[in-house]
Design a protein around this ligand. Structure first.
Ligand code: SP5
Ligand code: ZN
Length: 342
């Protein structure tokens, strides 16, 4: 399987994450993709290429122009304001912020565009996010050439990035950008299946009113899991997008039997939708040893997961999302890709 990878992910190497009331070393760091690449090499995935460079035409179909401008300039403006540390928002628009609008002050703007505050912005974050979306788009174009599978080893991840929101370690919605690219290349219907432990609130946001992208997410139930305020069953889409969004919230300690039942239900919906291609938003933070999550999937389960997804019989672009803490994330990712191809 072709793997698309950019060295530029290293440009984002945050020192801080707000976690449990403390600034800690981030769970999401460059080491993650190096672990994944090591496992892929060991398993014989040797077709690795660098991404093509693309402009912002496709991202602008999903994200707000002011938001993209913010991402591009925030670091420089943060430094110009006299700050010397990584950028963390302090004030966010919330219920009854009736007249919220993008403030001029960069400190305020940071909160305006944030949906969570654990994600510090650093020098190089924008460049890394751009390279990640280029990986996803390159994968979409590779499928467009008639290939059945590709893996975009995106970092930073993307599924928490909304129309005009960053957070959850995400800035640009790599998976949705890839789905849009697949549509632009001629497909009429594309599905995104999000198997990251966390609800893909950003992907849901950018696709919620659309009927040409079906979004399904399996995740820790919002009562108990980040991002807490999205991912309920009742969120089914809006306007022409009504009926094209499916959430499968799952309980603490969910293991393969209950997980695979929800997976099969989601795959059934995707097949009924008539998707011509699938973007698999792959987080392996469903693993039993993940440090910030609470499912109980085991390494062999990921292979079964890949095989089930391949059962759809359509081209699949796998896009990397989360998965933290332990070296096994590499084997878990490799297993999904092996399962897809068997
Ligand atoms: C892409 C992705 O997986 N983003 C996840 C972002 C989650 N950030 C907040 C994590 C808070 C976890 N708190 C659980 C503590 C368990 N001891
Ligand atoms: Zn996650």
């Amino acid at each position: 399987m072709r793997v698309i990878y950019s060295e530029d992910h290293k440009l984002r190497d945050a020192k801080t994450e707000l976690h449990g009331g403390e600034l800690v070393k981030p769970f999401e760091g460059p080491f993650r993709v190096e672990w994944i690449r090591a496992a892929l090499k060991e398993k014989g995935f040797d077709d690795e290429v660098a991404p093509t460079r693309y402009d912002l035409t496709v991202p602008l179909k999903l994200h707000d122009a002011g938001y993209l401008q913010f991402l591009e300039t925030v670091w420089e403006r943060w430094l110009s304001a006299g700050f010397t540390t990584e950028a963390i928002p302090i004030s966010l628009p919330v219920r009854r912020s009736y007249h919220a609008r993008p403030p001029h002050n960069i400190d305020g703007l940071l909160g305006y565009y944030a949906n969570s505050v654990e994600t510090s912005i650093t020098e190089g974050t924008y460049e890394a996010a751009i390279a990640a979306k280029d990986c996803a788009m390159t994968g979409a174009d590779y499928l467009g050439e008639g290939h059945r599978f590709a893996f975009a080893l995106c970092r930073p991840p993307g599924h928490h990035a909304g129309i005009d929101l960053f957070g959850g370690y995400c800035f640009l919605n790599n998976a949705a950008i890839a789905a849009q690219r697949i549509l632009d290349n001629g497909a009429r219907k594309v599905a995104i299946l999000d198997v990251d432990f966390h609800h893909g609130n950003g992907t849901q946001d950018v696709t919620y009113e659309r009927d040409d992208i079906f979004f399904a997410s399996l995740h820790g139930e919002p009562d108990d899991a980040f991002p807490y305020f999205w991912g309920h069953k009742e969120e089914t889409g809006k306007g022409r997008g009504e009926g094209y969004n499916a959430n499968y919230p799952l309980l603490r300690n969910t293991a393969w039997p209950a997980y695979s039942e929800a997976l099969d239900a989601a795959l059934k919906r995707i097949a009924a939708f008539g998707a011509e291609a699938l973007v698999l938003s792959l987080g392996v933070d469903t693993f039993e040893k993940d440090p910030i999550s609470f499912f109980r999937l085991k390494t062999p389960d990921f292979r079964t997961m890949g095989a089930r997804v391949a059962g759809l019989g359509i081209p699949v672009l796998t896009v990397m999302e989360g998965g933290y803490g332990v070296h096994e994330i590499g084997d878990n990712v490799a297993n999904v890709l092996i399962g897809l191809e068997e």
